[in-house]
Design a protein around this ligand. Structure first.
Ligand code: NAD
Length: 698
């Protein structure tokens, strides 16, 4: 007995051996578990009393697939590899029955496909989600599944990565029997019957793929998938692997392996795997013990029913949490409520909500003009004007009415959370909850941890973020936190390019070709140029210096605030959001250059991308070395989920790793050495150190 590792449990029930996978939480197929399966199989094969074998997992998971903790480590390739474990099961001379409950995904399903029979609980979830990590099922899944459910059904499942319940496959050779009651008992009975019948073992590899007109079907699939999956290579390679299932089994398996290994090397897959792990890592906050107790959040208050307050409110309504929404004036309150209703009605028109659901969500709002209505709120988030004086008045009032233990949060974009906390008698209960516009859509939530923010306040905010389906990243306090602080450098780099010779449409075009959802000038026009203008005027006044207008200020002076005024960097035709290059802007730029003695030069797209993206990377490195962000992957999550950074690049920090940090440092040094260059181009010390040590951010 002692030869079988604890990763599997082994028991004999009459003529049937039961091998139970035991690697919580989801039976990830790490090295210990793989070894355990083979050891248990060998024991069952050697025992003359055993006539059949049941392979099963837990109620939660048969197996969730590869152990992601092993990705990229030597253990991932250590024998027995998953293909070899599956080969051993497939070659077993005694029948092997997979008994499936819970999730059976990726390598987990491939393991089950290597068994001779599969029985499952009706709601067990079967799927091959590898494509979501930029890969394809690399342990026979693309060869066995089409042999069991047909080419088309298998292709849809593999290309989409979407799981389906076992009951959807009842009656196919993928699921031989559904078991409603006790799974292991049912599987043991099934295995005993199979053994008693003594029929030849049905192996997926021995079947032929059924598909009339397979060539035409595959050509259609290639065309459709290629068009829909750019810039990701994996979906099309999934089609190619499935196509290889028409070949003899071992040949197809070889093709699958070759394609899998090639995908593993692609930057796109690296990016997707990075993001997958980044999301898990972000939930772990240094200095915040796991199991920190949470404060219950049953009622939320929101102050300000403008752009952000309305969107923030919707997040809670969507999660079934009632919201008290406060404004200064009835008019503003009515306007805010009407916007929320309109958003829900638009979803209703698209068939995403029923009329009853719209009313139910609207019914969760208590509109008010009176702070007393916050008396029983567990969390209050303010989204009022971005001015310290206004924030002060709001937090003083809030401090007077909120119950002890209520969390008091600010949605401020830039302001000092520690200062805001001093407006209350309970700085431990104060933090930033920075949502992104539109707040009901964007997935990012920056959680800004103040110097005195209590651990349970932070832990509660992280849990709440999950409940309202946000990707939460914890940031320390600084001007603009992680995202907007980096954005300022990016904006300055884009501005510098305009001054030097590029036009907004060229800069936006180059960055959009790189993959950004929107270049900086289109983004500026969408958000409104007046916001930055007001900030620059205020900062100049606060510093007691005369403002030196940049081109953006000149646009504002001319009443061009962006889309909302029909013109900004671009012009817009009525009812149309398409940005049209504008000679007025070009004239203002030319005047600016002339006034500053700049002779415009020709600038290539590559330089545009380098300057703008490396400006982000350099500021990201500073944020990291100051401890504002806990890890580089947190910064990547901020940019991917809040700023439209292209997923296939994995975020600015992973992109820098891909380019090579020494390369990034060389470029930054070149920019910093130009006459009149801003000091912020000097490469961050952390970046230089990592580059010199041959290391990377991630
Ligand atoms: N707009 C964005 O993209 C964005 C993104 C993230 C964070 N923020 C931050 O969110 C906050 C709000 O921004 P917004 O864009 O929603 O502004 P907004 O002007 O659309 O809305 C502000 C609302 O607050 C109300 N208000 C002002 N003072 C108030 C007070 N004392 N009591 C109650 N209500 C008051 C106003 O009537 C207005 O309806 C700011 O701190 C801003 O920096 C904005």
């Amino acid at each position: 007995m002692s030869t079988i590792p604890s990763s599997t449990a082994y028991a004999v029930h009459g003529p049937v051996a039961v091998v139970t996978l035991n690697n919580p939480p989801v039976n990830g197929l790490g090295h210990a578990l793989r070894s355990g399966i083979v050891a248990a199989l060998d024991q069952a094969l050697a025992d003359p009393q055993v006539q059949a074998i049941v392979l099963t997992g837990s109620a939660r998971a048969f197996s969730g697939g590869a152990d992601v903790r092993e990705f990229g480590t030597p253990k991932a390739g250590q024998e027995p590899t998953l293909p070899n474990v599956i080969r051993a099961l497939d070659a077993s001379t005694k029948p092997v029955v997979a008994a499936i409950a819970g999730v059976c995904l990726g390598g987990g399903l491939e393991l089950a496909l290597g068994c001779h029979y599969r029985v499952a609980q009706p709601d067990a979830s079967l799927g091959l989600p590898e494509v979501k990590l930029g890969l394809l099922p690399g342990a026979g899944g693309t060869q066995r599944l089409p042999r069991l459910i047909g080419l088309e059904a298998a292709l849809n499942m593999i290309v989409s990565g979407q799981p389906a319940p076992a009951k959807a496959f009842a009656g196919t050779p993928l699921v031989h029997a559904l078991i409603e009651g006790d799974l292991v008992e049912g599987a043991v009975a099934y295995a005993a019957q199979v053994a008693a019948r003594g029929e030849p073992l049905p192996r997926a590899r021995d079947r032929k793929v059924q598909q009339p007109n397979a060539d035409a079907f595959l050509q259609f699939a290639r065309n459709t998938v290629a068009a829909a999956s750019k810039p990701f290579p994996a979906p099309l390679q999934c089609v190619e692997a499935v196509a290889a299932s028409l070949k003899p089994f071992d040949e197809g398996l070889q093709t699958e392996r070759t394609l899998f290994q090639a995908l593993m090397q692609t930057p796109e897959s690296r990016a997707l795997r990075h993001v997958f792990q980044a999301e898990r890592a972000a939930a772990k906050v240094p200095g915040l013990p796991e199991g920190t107790p949470l404060r219950p959040i049953a009622r939320v208050g929101v102050i300000g029913a403008g752009t952000m307050g309305g969107g923030i409110t919707m997040n809670f309504l969507n999660a079934g949490i009632p919201v008290v929404l406060l404004e200064m004036k009835q008019e503003a309150l009515d306007r805010g409520l009407a916007t929320i209703r309109k958003n829900y009605e638009n979803s209703m028109k698209k068939g995403k909500l029923t009329p009853e659901q719209v009313e139910q969500r609207m019914g969760l709002i208590t509109p008010t003009l009176d702070y007393a209505a916050f008396a029983d709120a567990d969390l209050v988030i303010e989204a009022v004007f971005e001015e310290m004086g206004v924030k002060e008045a709001v937090f003083r009032q809030l401090d007077a009415v909120a119950k002890p233990g209520a969390i008091l949060a600010s949605n401020t974009s830039y302001l000092d959370i520690d200062r805001i906390a001093t407006f209350t008698q309970r700085p431990q209960d104060v933090l930033g909850l920075h949502f992104f516009s539109p707040a009901n859509v964007m997935r990012l939530l920056e959680i800004v941890r103040g110097a005195q923010t209590a651990s349970d306040v932070l832990a509660t905010s992280l849990a709440l973020a999950k409940q309202i389906k946000k990707v939460a990243v914890v940031s320390g306090v600084c001007d603009g936190f992680i995202g907007n602080r980096m954005l300022a450098r990016y904006g300055a780099a884009a501005q510098g390019l305009i001054n030097a010779g590029a036009l907004p449409q060229q800069i936006d075009g180059a960055l959009q070709k790189f993959g950004l959802a929107m270049g900086p000038f289109r983004m500026g026009d969408l958000a409104g140029l007046d916001i930055g203008w007001a900030t620059r005027k205020r900062k100049a006044a606060e510093a007691g210096i005369a403002m030196k207008p940049i081109v953006a200020d000149k646009l504002c002076e001319a009443g061009r605030f962006g889309q909302k005024t029909g013109a900004g960097w671009y012009r817009y035709e009525a009812g149309n959001r398409t940005p049209l290059p504008d000679s007025v802007t070009e004239q203002l730029i030319a005047e600016y250059r002339a006034a500053h003695g700049i002779t415009p030069r020709k600038i290539g797209d590559e330089e545009i991308v380098e300057r703008c993206i490396f400006a982000l990377v350099n500021e990201g490195a500073r944020i990291l070395e100051e401890g504002i962000a806990a890890r580089a992957s947190d910064i990547d999550l901020v940019y991917l989920n809040g700023y439209g950074f292209p997923l296939h690049r994995g975020g600015p920090m992973l992109y820098a790793d891909t380019v090579g940090l020494p390369q990034v440092v060389r470029s930054l040094r070149r920019f910093a050495a130009e006459p009149g260059a801003d000091a912020s181009w000097q490469p961050a010390p952390l970046l230089v150190r990592l580059a010199e040590e041959g290391r990377s951010f991630n």
